[in-house]
Design a protein around this ligand. Structure first.
Ligand code: SF4
Length: 337
């Protein structure tokens, strides 16, 4: 029998917050995470300057993030333990990545979780960096459908809003630099896949979308050249999305100028659009419905997920409510939808 006051669930939850990660991260206020590549300048500075989060992830958000982690771990397990038969092997090249002052004078940290080798038709293996990401709920449907309520598909593009494409680009530059000249590789690693799991119960979307990418050392850029979805051929297409690594470094340098002075950069996004702003007309119906009830603000999605959003609103004098007149205008927009 298990002792009465033991709870496996509580032990699991403690591991989330109380067991330190053994991943080595060389950190200071000028070192970004790879996942910060597209983050709001001001949000990055709040964190680097040691502000306390006014909006840390709540229990539901914490679970959602864990689901993302678990999905990724599960996929890695499938790859490492089961894909060998199908010509896909795990390469032991993942691990800490990043640069210290060598990224156009800036620094970043990251962790490449999954590098694979794909068996080619000529019998050789092609090494490839995979970045696994998941989109769950409405955003999954919106990634490949024209609208939330339509059955028509669109050609998806790799996410840059939350920095997924930029993150893979940083990892590809890192993998290239580390494999260049290595006796273990006949040529440096340049290939990458942004592998996105899409899952939405409501629309029934459950699939993977792959964005194929190549690092171009002569331009220090990553080109996303193909989107592929095995289950939905309608979305397969050639694409041409180029991420210049120097552009990411310019963002880091800009942020560092403020951080060095202990100052905050201006907000890069808007938590609340003026009701007359044309972007209000394009908001989700559900967001507008919540806004007229005082339960949401119509603004940039980056602010919605920012853990310093109330600090930022206070510092920028942003009212977090709508006046009666503004509600009337929002209702008029809703009526026309
Ligand atoms: S609330 Fe928006 S503008 Fe302010 S720091 Fe966060 S993301 Fe940036």
């Amino acid at each position: 029998m298990i002792i009465e006051d033991f709870s496996l669930a509580s032990v699991i939850k403690k591991t989330w917050s109380q067991i330190p990660s053994m991943r080595m991260r060389d950190r200071d206020k000028f070192t970004r995470n790879a996942g910060d590549a597209a983050k709001c300048h001001r949000q990055v500075a709040y964190k680097a300057l040691g502000f306390k989060e006014t909006n840390p992830p709540d229990k539901q958000a914490e679970f959602k993030m864990k689901f993302g982690d678990w999905i990724e771990k599960g996929l890695m397990y499938s790859f490492t333990d089961k894909c060998g038969f199908f010509g896909v092997q795990k390469l032991a090249t993942q691990g800490d990545s990043g640069e210290r002052d060598t990224f156009y004078g800036t620094s970043w940290n990251g962790y490449r979780d999954l590098d694979i080798a794909i068996l080619q038709k000529n019998g050789t293996y092609k090494p490839c960096v995979v970045e696994l990401k998941s989109k769950v709920g409405k955003s999954a449907t919106m990634a490949i459908r024209e609208t939330l309520y339509s059955k028509a598909y669109k050609i998806p593009v790799p996410d840059q809003t939350f920095g997924q494409a930029q993150q893979l680009s940083l990892y590809l530059r890192d993998a290239y630099n580390k494999s260049k000249g290595s006796k273990h590789f006949t040529s440096p690693i340049v290939d990458g896949v942004l592998l996105q799991l899409l899952y939405d119960d409501y629309s029934g979307i459950q699939t993977f979308v792959e964005y194929w990418a190549e690092y171009l050392p002569e331009h220090d850029a990553v080109k996303f050249y193909r989107v592929h979805c095995h289950d939905v051929p309608e979305v397969c297409a050639h694409i041409d999305v180029v991420i210049k690594l120097e552009d990411i470094a310019k963002r880091f340098s800009y942020q560092n100028e403020f951080i060095a002075k202990g100052e905050l950069p201006p907000p890069e996004f808007q938590r609340k659009y003026p009701v007359s702003d044309s972007r209000v007309q394009g908001a989700y119906k559900t967001t507008l419905q919540a806004a007229v009830k005082g339960q949401a603000l119509v603004g940039d999605v980056q602010c919605k997920y920012c853990s310093f959003r109330d600090q930022c609103a206070k510092d920028c004098n942003t009212s977090l409510t709508y006046s009666e007149d503004e509600v009337k205008q929002l209702k008029a927009v809703l009526k026309n939808l």
